[in-house]
Design a protein around this ligand. Structure first.
Ligand SMILES: Cc1cc2nc3c(=O)[nH]c(=O)nc-3n(C[C@H](O)[C@H](O)[C@H](O)COP(=O)(O)OP(=O)(O)OC[C@H]3O[C@@H](n4cnc5c(N)ncnc54)[C@H](O)[C@@H]3O)c2cc1C
Length: 287
C-alpha cells in the first residue's frame, strides 16, 4: 500500500506536486523499494506520499558546457555515466563499478545523492571534483557544493519543496588521477572503502592536489588542510612530504567499522598514488 502516488510527466508538474503534497521523489527505486519492502512479492509500504519521476524527460541526459563543465541530470543512470567520455575519469570509473548490469541501468545519480549513504559510489569522486548540486523548486533554483549538500549519513540539505535537477562538475585539470573501490568483488558489491586522488604538476611544481574517500566516515572525506601540504611544492620534494600527508589524512578520516583496516588501506593507496605520480614521466591514470 502506498499512502498516495503521483506520476508527473513534466518537471513543472513535479514541482507543483512536491510543493503541495511534499511527496518524496522515487527515481529508479533501487534504494526506496528495498528500504520499505514488506517481504518477497509484497508491495512496499511508504509512510509518505510518493512521486514517481522516471518519466520526466527534462531530468535526463548529460551536457558539456562551453566552460568545460559537465551537467549530469538527475535521472542519468550509472551505465550512461560510465559510457560518456565527457564525464571525468574517476566518476566514470565509479559508475562502472556500481552494482550489476541491471542496477547500472535502473539506478540514478539523483537517487545516489538523495540517499546520501557514506558507501554510495558517486558522491566520492564528485566531491573530489568540487561538483555542485542544482536544486529546483517553484520558488527558484539554488546550486550548492555537493560536499555541503550531504550533511551526514543519509542526511541531506534537500528542502521539502525541492527536487534534485542535476549535478554540475566544473572543469578540473590534472596530470595524474586515481580511483579505487575496495569491495568483496570488482563490481556488484557495496563499497568497503573507496579513494580518488588527483594531482596537477606544472613546470615541476604541484599546483593542485586532492583526495577524497568514501566509507571512511559518516560522509565523504576531503581534507583541505592535508591537500595544502603539497600545493605549491616542487615535485622533487613530494616524496619527503608523503609522511606528513599520510599523518594529516589519518587524522581526517573516522571509519566506524574496521577502523584499522580502513586507515591502513587508504594510507597505502594514497602513498601508492603519490609515489607513482612522482615517478611518472607523463600525464597518466595511476592504477
Ligand atoms: C542490489 C543492489 C546493489 C546496489 N549496489 C550499489 C553500489 O554498488 N553502489 C552504490 O552506490 N549504490 C548501490 N546500491 C544502492 C542504489 O542502487 C543507489 O544508491 C542508486 O543510485 C539509487 O538510485 P535510485 O534512482 O534507484 O534511487 P531511489 O530509490 O529512487 O531514491 C533514493 C533516494 O533519493 C531520493 N531521490 C531520488 N531522485 C531524486 C531527485 N531527483 N530529487 C530529490 N530526491 C531524489 C529519493 O526520494 C530517495 O530518498 C545498490 C542497491 C541494490 C538494491
Amino acid at each position: 500500500m502506498v499512502e498516495k502516488c503521483f506520476i508527473p510527466t513534466s518537471l513543472a508538474e513535479a514541482l507543483e506536486i512536491r510543493k503541495e503534497t511534499k511527496a518524496r521523489p522515487l527515481a529508479g527505486g533501487t534504494d526506496l523499494m528495498v528500504q520499505y519492502k514488506q517481504g518477497q512479492g509484497i508491495t512496499p509500504v511508504f509512510p509518505w506520499p510518493v512521486m514517481i519521476i522516471s518519466s520526466i524527460g527534462e531530468l535526463r541526459g548529460i551536457e558539456k558546457g562551453e566552460d568545460g563543465s559537465v551537467l549530469i541530470r538527475a535521472l542519468t543512470t550509472p551505465y550512461e555515466i560510465a559510457n560518456c567520455q565527457d564525464v571525468p575519469y574517476p566518476v566514470r570509473e565509479a559508475a562502472s563499478r556500481m552494482g550489476a548490469v541491471a542496477l547500472r541501468n535502473s539506478a540514478t545519480i539523483g537517487g545516489n545523492i538523495g540517499n546520501a549513504s557514506p558507501k554510495g559510489d558517486l558522491p566520492q569522486p564528485l566531491i573530489l571534483l568540487d561538483a555542485t548540486v542544482v536544486l529546483k523548486s517553484l520558488d527558484g533554483d539554488r546550486e550548492v557544493l555537493l560536499d555541503d549538500f550531504i550533511l551526514g549519513s543519509k542526511k541531506t540539505d534537500l528542502r521539502d519543496d525541492e527536487i534534485i535537477y542535476a549535478v554540475r562538475i566544473p572543469k578540473v585539470e590534472y596530470t595524474h588521477v586515481f580511483y579505487r573501490k575496495i569491495g568483496t568483488r570488482r563490481a556488484n558489491a557495496i563499497s568497503k572503502l573507496s579513494l580518488s586522488c588527483l594531482i596537477r604538476v606544472e613546470d615541476g611544481a604541484v599546483t593542485d592536489f586532492r583526495a577524497s574517500s568514501g566509507a571512511a566516515g559518516p560522509k565523504v572525506i576531503r581534507s583541505r588542510e592535508t591537500e595544502a601540504i603539497l600545493k605549491g611544492r616542487r615535485l622533487e620534494d613530494v616524496k619527503s612530504l608523503i609522511p606528513e600527508v599520510l599523518d594529516g589524512w589519518n587524522r581526517a578520516i573516522s571509519p566506524h567499522a574496521m577502523p584499522e583496516y580502513r586507515r591502513n588501506t587508504t594510507r597505502r593507496m594514497l602513498e601508492h598514488f603519490l609515489l607513482e605520480s612522482v615517478s611518472a614521466s607523463s600525464e597518466c591514470i595511476i592504477h
